[in-house]
Design a protein around this ligand. Structure first.
Ligand SMILES: *Cc1c(COP(=O)(O)O)cnc(C)c1O
Length: 360
């Protein structure tokens, strides 16, 4: 197998999906599998559908387009609110989109009417994380307008916490969402399909005995892929955390002084000098340590999101990851395995330089 590569265990991803579907069903919650960190990799999307995931969420319309090419029956949700400039593509490719702007909703309705399609709308409300969403006080006016627009179908009300400011879903803000759902349904005499409470960050609250009330839907990515919740990155009981791992190859392995020498300025990926103290202008440190260069860099991964036992990450530039190894056994040509966090996974999946292999 080539390096660098991601090794993907589809059977473990399938286990994670089945387990989460099963656990959440006990609380009356169904999930949309959010595949954006994998660029909607068809093998993963298919494994999720086989496991019982009823719809796929994606932030980029291009990825929804590629899902449709492989599986044009699955329901799709555009999780990022649409650009005004892409409404034609959004209604032709996505079954539903998250929305918070009336001008976009107007344009979506126009595009849907022109193409003679119906398009689903999930209206996002702001509950405190300060990313996308309509302020609760403005929601009824938007609902009213959406109900009057042609070819749009209001699927439900949603919220997103945890991503921008790390605000945790809790009983208070989730009760607020349930109340909003009740109010909209009562005021407009309608029944909505989804009360979409959030993402993987909702899992700790639910596991700790949270009462979902009206909440019946979540959009889940990280927990399915990495088996962790995103607030404290705690492992979710019963899920695999190493279904996807990164393998890279060593290209220089030497013992070098532990500190740089010479006068230090900005580094290639920071406007601050390297954190490693310089000894003095031309005085070389006499203490030596293993210094290993791996053939991967900022272009392919988020170096702060990689972990391996016995490996300390010293830094990275575009094409090199510099580490030291406590075992000192890594030789040129040897491979080193890392676990990834969400940000490292996202970049690795997006890099064409990292090969993707399915293993068992
Ligand atoms: C990315 C995203 C999700 C999925 O988040 P995870 O933390 O990966 O579960 C859900 N909803 C929206 C709106 C998103 O942008």
């Amino acid at each position: 197998m080539k390096a660098p590569r991601l090794e993907i265990k589809l059977n473990q991803l399938q286990h994670n999906a089945k387990k989460l579907i099963e656990n959440l069903a006990l609380q009356g919650i169904s999930i949309t599998g959010v595949s954006k960190a994998t660029m909607a990799m068809p093998e993963i999307v298919n494994i999720w559908i086989n496991a019982g995931i009823h719809s796929i969420g994606e932030s980029r319309i291009e990825n929804i387009e590629s899902i449709n090419k492989v599986n044009n029956r699955v329901r799709t949700l555009l999780t990022r609110i649409p650009m005004l400039s892409q409404v034609d593509q959004v209604v032709s490719q996505a079954s539903i989109s998250c929305n918070s702007e009336l001008s976009v909703l107007n344009a979506l309705a126009g595009a849907a009417e022109k193409q003679n399609l119906r398009h689903g709308v999930l209206l996002m409300v702001e509950l405190g994380d300060l990313r996308e969403g309509i302020l609760p006080k403005d929601l009824n006016e938007v609902v009213k307008q959406v109900m009057n627009l042609p070819n749009l179908e209001l699927i439900g009300i949603g919220a997103n916490l945890g991503c921008q400011n790390g605000v945790a879903p809790d009983q208070k803000n989730m009760n607020e969402l349930s109340l909003i759902m009740n109010t909209v349904e009562a005021d407009f005499k309608i029944k909505l399909e989804w009360c979409s409470g959030g993402n993987s960050a909702n899992l700790p609250w639910l596991t700790a005995g949270g009462k979902p009330d009206r909440l019946n839907h979540l959009r889940i990515g990280e927990a399915l892929l990495l088996g962790r919740e995103p607030l404290t990155r705690t492992i979710i009981k019963g899920l695999y955390t190493d279904a996807i791992t990164l393998v890279v190859e060593a290209i220089e392995t030497k013992l070098k002084p532990t500190t740089p020498w010479g006068i230090q300025y900005q580094t290639s990926f920071s406007d601050a000098p390297s954190k490693q103290n310089q000894k003095s202008n031309d005085d070389r440190n006499e203490i030596f340590d293993s210094r290993i260069l791996l053939a991967i860099g900022e272009q392919d991964i988020d170096p702060s999101g990689l972990k391996a036992d016995g490996i300390e990450i010293k830094g990275a530039s575009s094409d090199y990851l510099v580490v030291s190894s406590s075992q000192n056994t890594l030789k040129v040509g040897c491979e080193q395995r890392f676990s990834l966090n969400y940000s490292a996974l996202l970049r690795a999946m997006t890099s064409p330089y990292i090969k993707k292999y399915f293993v068992n």
